[in-house]
Design a protein around this ligand. Structure first.
Ligand SMILES: NC(=O)c1ccc[n+]([C@@H]2O[C@H](COP(=O)([O-])OP(=O)(O)OC[C@H]3O[C@@H](n4cnc5c(N)ncnc54)[C@H](O)[C@@H]3O)[C@@H](O)[C@H]2O)c1
Length: 348
């Protein structure tokens, strides 16, 4: 039987990833969502009509607000939500996207109780918490896409700097998806050679800074919307690793239960992806400084999770939209001001 991947959100990331996955001929594709009636159906039909040219056999269908065809999905990719606009941080998206992710997960999970959820919607790590709790799935089946994209950006910048093939670069990024992410040059290699042997600290610092701001750089160029080509490729890589049971080690947002000294929190770490989703979490040794950076990154995720949970005194699986939004926004600002006042790093 053919596998099935559902995309909740058929915007830029969802539809681009759907097309790339259809071309792999690994699964049928269902697109759900769209800003107006017919958007997902139209995109799906357009993609389907490319199948004789791309020579794949994936069936692609699309719906605005119907979930019956998502039943029996092997993977559900969630990229529904509001994308960032210039000057808007990922965290500003917190409440709108929380409600969207929560309600979509509740709609699809009964029909696909064995699916693996891949979250894309920002703020990523916090949305993983919403999906984990709304789905009731075990932690191996709720995965956040961020590190694959962040490490691809890191690898791109290194390869351009050294004028070597991107295939030579194996880049390593830890931490939450935000400006506190932790690129790790010590574990980053170029054809097996540690990048620290090839680039001086000053250049490496500049590349790491550009990697941390990779999303914002594209947002400020696009003016409308945010990056989607590379994010869609990252989603494709993860789905392929799962569907082909590759057991591939990739940096993903995973729910930690003590790994890296972090408990009950989604943070980006290297994981082994296979048919069971996250089949292992790989712990590497960190220097004191690297560990502090990871802990700072984790703290910014923790803050968002606390805010989500505190906004209406309930956990994130409270009914979507139950919290009074204006009051909640004020509360975010107050909590953020408090945290910044304590010197904790919050992603902007
Ligand atoms: N994790 C990452 O690394 C990463 C990378 C890129 C984008 N993102 C995030 O992914 C999300 C999507 O980005 P995009 O560029 O595709 O945005 P987009 O605006 O092109 O698409 C978002 C889609 O969500 C749909 N949507 C909104 N509310 C919905 C609802 N209630 N039900 C169903 N669908 C709904 C919209 O109709 C739209 O089609 C954003 O939150 C963005 O910040 C994350």
């Amino acid at each position: 039987m053919r596998k099935k991947i559902t995309f909740l959100g058929s915007g830029n990331v969802g539809s681009t990833a759907a097309m790339r996955l259809a071309e792999l001929d690994l699964a049928d594709i269902v697109l759900v969502g769209g800003v107006h009636e017919g958007m997902s159906a139209g995109k799906a039909l357009d993609m389907d009509e490319a199948s004789p040219l791309e020579k794949h056999h994936s069936r692609i269908s699309g719906y605005t607000n119907r979930y019956t065809d998502t039943e029996g999905s092997d993977i559900i990719v969630i990229s529904a939500g509001v994308a960032r606009r210039p000057g808007m941080s990922r965290d500003d998206l917190l409440f709108t996207n929380r409600d969207i992710v929560h309600s979509l997960v509740k709609k699809v999970v009964p029909g696909s109780p064995d699916a693996i959820l891949i979250l894309v919607t920002n703020p990523l790590d916090a949305m993983c918490h919403v999906a984990l709790e709304a789905s009731g799935f075990p932690r191996n089946r709720v995965i956040g896409m961020a590190g694959v994209l962040d490490s691809a950006r890191f690898a791109t910048f290194i390869s351009r700097e050294l004028n070597v093939s991107v295939e030579n670069v194996c880049a390593f990024v830890l931490g939450g998806h935000g400006d506190t992410m932790v690129p790790l040059p010590r574990y980053t290699c170029v054809a097996g050679i540690p990048v620290t042997e090839l680039l001086g600290q000053e250049r490496l610092d500049a590349i790491m800074e550009r990697t941390r701001n990779g999303g914002s750089e594209i947002v400020s160029l696009l003016k409308v919307g945010s990056a989607y080509y590379a994010p869609a490729c990252a989603v494709k890589e993860m789905c392929e690793a799962i569907l082909k049971d590759k057991k591939k080690i990739m940096p993903c947002s995973a729910y930690l239960t003590g790994e890296y000294g972090i408990r009950d929190l989604f943070v980006g770490v290297p994981v082994k992806l296979g048919s069971d989703g996250i089949e292992d979490i790989i712990e590497v040794s960190l220097t004191g400084e690297e560990h502090e950076a990871l802990e700072r990154s984790a703290e910014s995720v923790r803050t968002l999770v606390r805010i989500i949970r505190g906004m209406d005194g309930k956990k994130p699986d409270s009914p979507a939209g139950s919290g009074p939004r204006p009051r909640a926004q004020t509360r975010v600002k107050r909590i953020r001001d408090e945290v910044i006042g304590q010197g904790t790093c919050i992603p902007k």
